[in-house]
Design a protein around this ligand. Structure first.
Ligand SMILES: [Fe+2]
Ligand SMILES: [Fe+2]
Length: 178
């Protein structure tokens, strides 16, 4: 699988992966993530959604309300699939763990495991949200405002949320931030 894997990734997924990777690099110019080497974090950012690689393209970036229950069930498993694929590709265990936790939320409110995410996983999650909100989607017209981003990141510890939002503010538009 490894030999063919990257040539088969849908273009939207590659674009999202690169956006998250670029935003991760920009973030690391501003902050140090405790206990995590820069290359580990950027690798996790670039590979975090690999588990969506075999999905139909229209389903990859769809929001919850457009998914059937079975599609939503599949969707919720993608961090585990991403982590397994990254591990098979030889990615280091620290990055694999960040990938596995990138939809977990404080208080066990995320998915798929409902566990407390690591600090690094929450940084990646914030980057992921902003990258996704900056990308064109068939179901929405405009780029989000700072207020909308802040609402989407309401679950985030304040220092993570405000640092990531400042990246966007300093870039003037969400699009320029990635
Ligand atoms: Fe994801
Ligand atoms: Fe993502």
């Amino acid at each position: 699988m490894q030999n063919m894997f990257f040539t088969k990734l849908p273009i939207e997924l590659l674009a999202h992966s690169m956006h998250a990777g670029v935003l991760a690099v920009r973030l690391l110019r501003e902050v140090q993530i405790p206990g995590i080497r820069e290359a580990v974090f950027v690798t996790a950012a670039f590979l975090h959604d690999l588990g969506k690689a075999h999905w139909p393209e229209k389903f990859i970036m769809a929001p919850r309300y457009l998914l059937s229950n079975s599609e939503w069930y599949t969707m919720r498993a993608h961090p585990l699939v991403s982590a397994d694929i990254a591990s098979e590709l030889g990615v280091c265990p620290e990055a694999v763990e960040i990938i596995r936790q990138h939809h977990e939320r404080p208080g066990g409110k995320g998915y798929p495991l409902g566990i407390e995410p690591s600090e690094a996983a929450m940084w990646l999650s914030a980057v992921d949200v902003v990258a996704a909100m900056s990308e064109p989607r068939a179901y929405r017209k405009n780029l989000p405002s700072i207020d909308e981003i802040r609402r989407e990141l309401a679950w985030c510890p304040t220092h993570i949320r405000e640092t990531v939002i400042n990246l966007v503010i300093n870039a003037k538009t969400v699009k320029e931030a990635i």
